[in-house]
Design a binder for this molecule. Sequence first.
Ligand SMILES: Nc1ncnc2c1ncn2[C@@H]1O[C@H](COP(=O)(O)OP(=O)(O)O)[C@@H](O)[C@H]1O
Ligand SMILES: [Mg+2]
Length: 250
Amino acid sequence: MIVAVSGKGGVGKTAFTTLLVKALSKKNKNILVVDADPDSNLPDTLGVEVEKTVGDIREELKKIVESKKELPGGMSKLEFLKSKIYEILVETDNYDLLVMGRPEGSGCYCSVNNWLRQIIDELSKYYDYVIIDTEAGLEHLSRRTTQNVDLMIVVTDPSKRGLKTAERIKKLANELEVKFKDIYVVANKVKPEYEKLVEEYAKELNLKLIGKLPYNKEIAEYDLKGIPLWNLPEDNEAYKRVKEIVDKYL
Ligand SMILES: Nc1ncnc2c1ncn2[C@@H]1O[C@H](COP(=O)(O)OP(=O)(O)O)[C@@H](O)[C@H]1O
Ligand SMILES: [Mg+2]
């Protein structure tokens, strides 16, 4: 199952993705996590070091091609990319992580991007779950990662405007090359007294609201101090809500 987490900047995509992976990892499944935000900070919230990104590999290949040098071992470009991607994949006890890094610069190197997508699609087949933390703005998704997404989870702040953005993302999603089987919404940083209202608005807008996470001081404090959210205790209130989502929908 391929899950993409999207939404506006700052709504909590990365925090939610981290807790989602944490909850999923308890199920003993094979998980691939893809950080598709060029301004990546998912490794920090997960608490892992990442040395190289897919973007770095694209640049490496570009340099070799431009200098007209041979690829090592007489590999084809596709083989080179593939071997490098497997090399930079960070393996942990709970999941594997691939960081996309910076997008292609000017002078689109389109065939390379197609190959990268092909490689990632192929890689995805080895996993039970692929969880993608996306860049704000949907256009990037089709271009940069994968073509087949089963589930898109739109994270939003608890405001009518935020929910309307979620609705817009949902509509936009129908026009993209990437097809989503289902689109769900998660409201984040919700005060308890507003939960009902958020539900009503979501209903009005025909959004499938699958969870409401509270504003959580522990999350704010961990992020402030640079402690990985992965280390949040099992009884953290936001994490408990994410576990419910995982049990019910994933
Ligand atoms: N449930 C929450 N409670 C408190 N703070 C949160 C919560 N979710 C996210 N945040 C804070 O909001 C900010 C943005 O979160 P982040 O996950 O980086 O958003 P995004 O990835 O969508 O840009 C961070 O400072 C994070 O600590
Ligand atoms: Mg983020």
